[in-house]
Design a protein around this ligand. Structure first.
Ligand code: ADP
Ligand code: MG
Length: 146
């Protein structure tokens, strides 16, 4: 397994869309994508854009209150969008069956992944987002060749 790393600035939503398109082209069934970054960093936005490229037709909304939501893609796997914001620790996440969602027939996109760090599989793709200005975001990707 390669441990690729990349870092770049997204200057606008079109940049984010282009990156989403590249990521979507690399997504494989069974993968877990962990998203890190403060509120407003762009985690949900990027996930929405990747979901569009994977053929998700339903609007992808922030799952903060429902914790996890499942979407059908046109790639032969389901996309599970998980928001760990409300968890205090990994044990709470285990209680809602988060571990079972990470299986070969799903792709999991996890926001606030730092809350469940010990549960993340070894080959998790990590995407770090940081707010720079109203339009600019810094993104760092580890574990995926994009
Ligand atoms: N370059 C950019 N990349 C991503 N989001 C951006 C960018 N520029 C502005 N935004 C805006 O920033 C906000 C990010 O919100 P959101 O994706 O909900 O963040 P998070 O899920 O990390 O809390 C959205 O309103 C989005 O339109
Ligand atoms: Mg969000």
């Amino acid at each position: 397994m390669t441990k690729e790393k990349m870092e770049k600035i997204l200057h606008n939503l079109a940049d984010a869309r282009r990156l989403a398109s590249k990521i979507a082209g690399r997504v494989k069934s069974g993968q877990v994508f962990a998203f890190y970054g403060d509120l407003g960093a762009g985690k949900t936005t990027l996930i929405q854009q990747i979901a569009l490229k994977l053929g998700v037709e339903e609007p992808v909304t922030s799952p903060t209150f429902v914790i996890q939501k499942k979407y059908a893609t046109n790639k032969g796997f389901d996309l599970i969008h998980i928001d760990c914001y409300r968890f205090h620790n990994a044990v709470e996440a285990q209680d809602i069956g988060l571990f079972e969602l990470m299986n070969p027939s799903n792709v999991c996109f996890v926001e606030w992944a730092d809350k469940i760090e010990p549960l993340l599989p070894k080959d998790t793709v990590r995407i770090f987002l940081a707010y720079l200005s109203e339009t600019d975001r810094k993104v760092r990707i580890e574990g995926l060749d994009v």
